[in-house]
Design a protein around this ligand. Sequence first.
Ligand SMILES: [Zn+2]
Length: 333
Amino acid sequence: MSLLAGVDVGGTKIQVVVTSPDLEVIGQSRGPTPAAGGPPAVVDALCALLDEARRQAGADGLAAIGVGAPGTIEKATGVVARSPNLAGWMDPFPLGPELERRTGARVGVDNDVHAGMLGELRLGAARGLRDVLGVWFGTGVGGAVVLDGALRSGPHGASGEIGHVCVRVGGRRCGCGRRGCLEAYAGRASMERRARRLMAEGRRTDLFRIMEHRGLDHLTSGVFARALAAGDDLAQDLIDEAVAAAGSGIASVVNVLDVEAVVIGGGLGTRLGEPFVARVAAAMQPHLFVTGAARVVPAALGDLAGALGGAAAAADLVTPVRRPARRRASGTG
Ligand SMILES: [Zn+2]
């Protein structure tokens, strides 16, 4: 049996699944993303986790591996051109070819959010839908666009970069260097920078106390969730800002694409769950051209979306996907 693997390389952890050809999970493993050593260390960690999941699945080898990685990916070559959220990953690195050499399997590499969206499209919240926008709230804010049932890549592989839609002209500085991007208000790293600045200016918050109590060195989605549950004012203000920015940014993209649904995922989106999704949906309404245009739903696959999407991409490598032909409009022939 030709087994598949899906890998989700995140800023803090690597998740691996090994699946049957029909994407049933039969092995999985998870470990921290190396904080030092750059791409070679990530490849070593990744190979060890692949071995672990493969052994768990009782498999001798893997037919294909689909990898989702953060940053700019040259999908055709498997090169990760730039990955600012991975430590020491400054220069282009041929992740796909290197993994093929190490594992003997065929390897496809895509943007982590695109992989997550593919997972949701084949197995999760977007199953059966043709036109969908995915918005992933995590360290940054990523996105993915599905039109006519196909995940869009774009000529620069940058389709769906909703985090860098401008929600406030001349607004807060974004990690990308521009101003007023959605990510500058709704990305976890930007929210942490804002929290540190406000605390230095004298605002009280339990965010960093919770972080230290958990032995962490940055504000994870779990820390935000805990602070919100405890009624922390600063955490609440940051989430309010994130929701407002997300509402206008997402609605603007919905106005352009006219999708059926918006899927909200990512670490922060998943952790804050339904209440966050409902708030984002409400914040979109004043900005929508068509009232109530798109359903807004939470991602269904949680932490496994990216890895399962990787496995789905691996399945496509082995058996290229055949999408049903579009029905011709009547009266043309
Ligand atoms: Zn930006």
